[in-house]
Structure formats: C-alpha cells, structure tokens
Write a protein that binds this ligand. Sequence first.
Ligand SMILES: [Zn+2]
Ligand SMILES: [Zn+2]
Length: 262
Amino acid sequence: MSGPAPTGVPLVSLHTHTNLSLCGWPEMTFEVAVAAGVEQGYHTLAFCDHIHVACVTDRPAHAERLRQYRGDRDRSTWPVQVLVGGEFEVQAPGRMVESDEILEVCEYVVAAPNHYQLDWVETSYGSFGEVAARELDHIETALRWPPTDILAHPFAGTVPAPEHLPDGVWQAADKGRVSALLDLALERGVALEIQPKFWYRQERAGHLAELFEWWLDMGGQVALGSDAHSLEHLGRWTAHYCEVVKRFDLTVDNLWWPTAKT
Ligand SMILES: [Zn+2]
Ligand SMILES: [Zn+2]
C-alpha cells in the first residue's frame, strides 16, 4: 500500500516515537504504529525513541527493546520500510547525552539541540540574544557529534520561557554564526528537520521558513518527521504532509533518505 503522495514525494516520517519513550502514548506500540503506517500508505517509518540521561533511560533495557523492534521488522513482510534509530539530546554546550550501548543498535540518529524542558539540559533564561546563542551552541554540539544524521527541530524545541518564541529567538540569532553552522552541517551531511513544532505553529515559529529556504538554497537536505507520540499525531502528519512538500518545493533530491548502517 505504500506509494508516493500526490506530490510525487513518498510519504515518510523519519521521526516517530513508540511507547518506549517516556512521553509516548501507551497505545503507540511498535506494531500498532507500523500497522497505522501501512494503512496510511507510508513509504518509510523511522522510529527514534528518546535516550535520556542514564538515571532516566535504562540503557540495557532500551537497547534490548530496539533489538526486538529490529527482529520483528526483519521477520516481517510489512509493505513499508521500517528503520530503528534514536533521538539523542544535547545536554550542554559540547556535551551530548550518549550511550554507546544504544548507539550500536541504532540504524540512524536524530540529535535534539533544544529539549530545554528537561531538568538535565542546560538552559539560558536571558535575553533573546542569549537564548539564541545557547541554541547555536547546542546546534553546534549536535552537528559536531559524529553519529548525528538529522538535526531535530532546530529553533523550534521547547522554549525556555513562554516569551522566548522561536521566531524571536531566530530573529536574534547571529546570522554569521548560523551561516558557519550551515556550512558545517553541509560538510557533515546532516539533514535539518522540518516537523510539526515548526509547521503547525506558524504563529510562533513561521519565520523559521527563512532558515529552511536558506538551507535548501545551499543544497542542504531536509528530513521530514511527524514527531508522533500517538496515532492521532501520525494521522495529522499524514494529512498535512503535502502542504510541507509544496511549501518548500521538496523533491526526492532534497530529502534525506535513511540508509541502514548495520
Ligand atoms: Zn525532540
Ligand atoms: Zn521526538
């Protein structure tokens, strides 16, 4: 049942959670999510459950669950490409939340620079300029981390305080430094993610379109992900997918495609 969306670009979610993530909905089991993906005509569903600090995420248990997912996939005849990866997060400038044991099982890696809602992630509560500088430090950390394939929700993560809207932080960001970081991303072959935290929230994050247009003009690749934590989220992404593809004139050439690492 998988096939191209009306735009000619295959339907994908390269950022999907299951109930292995603490914030995943109980209904969102791996099997149920894959079944929904098949039903909705997905070409590729890639899963990246959260890896948090060691006192929160049980490394051996998480890695074992990913091995089970991969085993289920390998034994299946699902008419959808399924990949199993992880969403790792920046903890502070120069420091990723890491786990070699989990990385070993991941077929691709999403790195999140702005999980500021989490206690263990260093956050700036200062001016827009200071918050933007912190975001750029974290983006640089994610881009310099060798395993990173996709930079998750740049500038559109959880804001440190309600007044720190993504648009304001983006507008305050040093564009010379943004330019240098985009060069780094291009050199490293990292994709920038377009996803609901930007697309559904145009009133607070709409100006980030400038970042994505800049990136696409440079020849960079984008990754499209639902960030679904529930079936409802996945269905909503399916319904809005064509809008994103059309807005940025995306083609198969400027979309990042996963290739299994193992
Ligand atoms: Zn995230
Ligand atoms: Zn996520």
